[in-house]
Write a protein that binds this ligand. Sequence first.
Ligand code: ARG
Length: 462
Amino acid sequence: MALWGGRFLKKSDNFFKNFNNSLKIDYILIKQDIQSSIAWSKILLESNIIKEYEQKQLETTLNFIFQEIEKNPKKILLSDSEDIHSWVEKKLIYILGDIGKKLHTGRSRNDQVTTDLRLWVKEKINYLKKNLIRLQESLVFLSEKNIESIFPGYTHLQQAQPIIFSHWCLAYFEMIQRDFSRLNDCFKRVNVSPLGSGALSGTGWKINRKKLAHLMGFAKVSNNSLDSVSDRDYVVELLSIASIGMMHLSRFSEDLIFFNSGECNFIELSDQVTSGSSLMPQKKNPDALELIRGKTGHVYGSLLNILVLLKGLPLAYNKDMQEDKKNLFDALETWESCLNMSKIVLSGLKININKCKKSAEKGYTNSTDLADYLVRQGMSFRDSHHLSGKIVLYALSQNKSLSELSLPEFKKFSELFNDNVYKEIDLKNCLDKKISRGGTSKIQILKAIFRSKKQILKNIST
Ligand code: ARG
């Protein structure tokens, strides 16, 4: 039996009932529905709407219902209740009879559902933050281990300038830090209680909404009841953050897939996160990373889904909004598992240090430094840039790296060349010169590692 049978003469069509029910999705809000219901019972008592013994019984029974189901919330799915709110209320009435029927006084499922969802989101944000921190820790750990690993840096997927592998790790650290700070910002807007907004126009009972909010751990109360029950901005916001976060993880994955390719062979992924081919025995495929890259599309889809769902939706609550949860739950679950997968991938990652260094040399990543050398010898940068290009062309034809060219070969291009050119174009020297803040010199990397560690400690405490 639905909670709203009075006005109806006919029973719901079975197909409609199944179509309309959201229990299979929102049953995971059980903890939050119990939490907000207990808070509501307390406020009903405070407002003299129910008696003390009634509140006690409501609270005890709500706790009992939760304890009974906590270990296996899937048991809820055996019921044909419309949603989790109806399920809890029906249970309460089944156990307590008339007292159970009092809990919904002054409350609507419209303010209840968004209250529960906000409570759930708050908890989820904290889990996501923990996962972000764990990935940051792995990146810092890897960057500390690779402080000497020379690596080819790319632009346009062409070797550009040498970097230290740690620099790559710390680049992703920064992206994840921004995801972290976006979650913190979003949390502030989620941390607002809509309960007491009723169906749309507020509640006719004199209740202390501030106290109610604090009972549930919210920092503030919402200002407008019409907005409160219609607002799903926080779902949009969270899915945007998740989409940005997944975009970062997919770039991370793509980088590693490329570095791991037979052509690059810069890194080796652990057997634990790769799989073989059913036909080709030599294959070791980067499945974990490909899946992260692939799952990104699913998260973007969820963002688009909620945006389209809300577009042009009139105020206040409409049943369309019931469709907000499936995608939110799936997308955040996906993001969380991809963060965890990325961390596992990093923990087994091996860098082929020699291959990386050789490749950076053969990729002429030090040609900017060759041009800079000529500038120091007195040539203008535009001319030295042109001349270095010519030297690269020549070195390519000889199948040599720049440092493999002899001094007479250099001198054929300019008399300004001296023995000291070799020190200038030595990759290590090229790296050490990048001393600008955030650059790839060892000094700057060490500073960045220090900053990152401090940031992690700060993140842990927020
Ligand atoms: N199950 C609904 C949802 O998830 C909440 C119920 C609101 N129902 C209503 N008829 N106003 O959005």
